[in-house]
Design a binder for this molecule. Sequence first.
Ligand code: COA
Length: 178
Amino acid sequence: MTSGLTIRPAAPGDLQAIAAIYNEGLRGRGATFETRERAAADVAGWLGDPRHPVLVADDPGEIVGWIAASTYRTRECYAGIAEFSVYVASTARGRGVGDALMAAFLPACEAAGLWKVLARIFPENAASLALCARHGFREVGVYRRHGKLDGAWRDCMIVERLLGEATIGVEAGEDARG
Ligand SMILES: CC(C)(COP(=O)(O)OP(=O)(O)OC[C@H]1O[C@@H](n2cnc3c(N)ncnc32)[C@H](O)[C@@H]1OP(=O)(O)O)[C@@H](O)C(=O)NCCC(=O)NCCS
């Protein structure tokens, strides 16, 4: 891992860097269906929700990545489930930043009362799938032709990770935790 890297909760002063890193990932066309670039004001609403942790990787003084939980569904029965996104600046990828972010994020989600985090990942996104596998996510299955990006159909792999109480009683092998 990058020496001196700190993982900490995001603050308003990080919003510009968060948006810039997101936009870089979006332009790469390997991470998301989104094509509209974001400004700091667009991501400001991500902060301040105690159920949805947002962490940044501070290198130090330079934000090189972030990970954020967001609403899965608004129905109360799903209140303990969050989706997440993780983005690392291209110059900092492959050095363990995503790993460090995820290692801090999962306990933060558990402490926030979540029982599951999940994501939809393009099956071609080997780095993202490897990161999730390392942290005990289960590959649930592939949504076929889940949307179009630049006019081309793309599939999505769903990954899920149980947290806290939800891990109790899950048969060995069904949850790769630990
Ligand atoms: C996905 C992403 C967050 C991973 O962060 P990172 O800091 O580059 O990853 P790390 O260095 O912590 O490595 C995590 C794992 O991914 C693997 N990995 C990293 N880059 C890889 C690549 N280009 N191809 C395949 N595997 C890769 C590492 O080997 C490691 O796996 P291991 O634990 O089995 O050794 C980062 O590459 C990124 O921001 N990509 C663009 C945005 C994106 O796709 N976000 C995810 C949207 S779902």
